[in-house]
Design a protein around this ligand. Sequence first.
Ligand code: G6P
Length: 367
Amino acid sequence: YMVDKGNRRHFMEKEIHEQPEVISHTLAHYLDFTSDSSKPLDLPFDFAKLDRIAISACGTAYLSGLIGKYWFERLARLPVDIDIASEFRYREMPISKDSAAFFISQSGETADTLASLRYCRSAGVPIGAIVNVRESTIARESDVVLPTLAGPEIGVASTKAFTCQLSVLASLAVRAGVARGTISREQEKALVHQLSEAPRFATQVLKLEEQIEKLARDLSRYHHVLYLGRDTNFPLAMEGALKLKEISYIHAEGYAAGELKHGPIALIDENMPVIVIAPHDRIFEKTVSNMQEVAARGGKIILITDKKGAALASVKTMETIVLPDVPEIIAPLIYALPIQMLAYFTAVFMGTDVDQPRNLAKSVTVE
Ligand code: G6P
C-alpha cells in the first residue's frame, strides 16, 4: 500500500519520529504490561534446554543482534554466537544440536541471511526469524516468526526497524531468562516495567532535535569521525558510524572504547571528532579515561550521555548531548535516537539523497 512522508522532508525523518509508537507496538506484542510479565511464545524449542544460540544478519540488523548477545548472555546466561551472514554462510561453523538459530532482517529477503538460514536448516536446528516483512522468504522458511512491528520502512538507512529489532531481542532475552530460571519473577517484573518506559523516553529524546541539528552543521565540515562505546554502546558506536557513512558519505568508524589505544588513537587530532556514547553505567569511569586520552591529544569530543554522566565526565567536550537517566535495559533503544538524528541532519547539510543514498539498496537480494 501507499506510504507517504506526511509533513516530513524525508522518509528517514518520518521513520525516526515514528519510533515511540512502533517500539510500543512491538513491545506490547511480546510483553504483558498489566502483569509486567513476558508473554509465553509458541517456540519450536525450549529456552531452558538450549546450550547456545546462533544469530546471523547483515548491516544494521547484525548490529541489533550484537546488542542482543549482551542481553541473552547477561539475563539468560545463554551463550550467543553472532555472525555477519556473509561470513557465517561460508565459515562452516559446527552447529550444536542443542542450539537454536535466529536470523534478523528488516526485509526478510537479504541473500546472505537467507543462505545462513538454509545452512542451519540443513544442520537440523530450530529456526526463528526476527523480520519486519512477515510475508518474506526468511519468514516463510523459518519455524517461528518473531515479528518487528515497525511498519513499512522506506528510507534505505534503517532506523525504526533497528529499535524494533532491539525491542524483540530484549523481550526474548527476558523470556529466556524466565525459562532458564536466571531471572526471578521480581526481576522479570522490573525489567518489563522498565521496557514499558522506552516509548516515553524516546519521545523525550526526539525533542533534542534542535541541539542535534546545530551539532550536525558543525559535524558536516569534517571528513572523518570516530565513534566509541563500551558494552552495548560498542555495537551502537558501530551503528552510529554506519548510519553516518551511508547517508552523509563522511568516513566514520565505530570502535570499542577499550580498543582506542590499540590503533585508532593514532588518528586522533583536531580534525577528527570523537563521538562517545556513554551513559553513566558501571563502566562509565573507564570510558572517561578514554575521553581523557582523546582530549590530551587535541581530539574533539562529542559526548552522548545522561545527567549523571554529564556531571561526572570531567573532560572538555565540543558538545554534550544529555539524555534522560534511563534504566540500563532500554539504554540501547534510547541512545540509538541521537545517533540516527545526528546522521540524518548531517546528511541534510551535506545535501545528499538521504532516503536513497548512492550505491546502496534497501534490500540486497543478490550476493
Ligand atoms: C541493506 C540496507 C541496510 C540493512 C541491510 C540488511 O544494506 O541498506 O539498511 O541493514 O541491508 O537488510 P535486512 O533487510 O536483512 O535487515
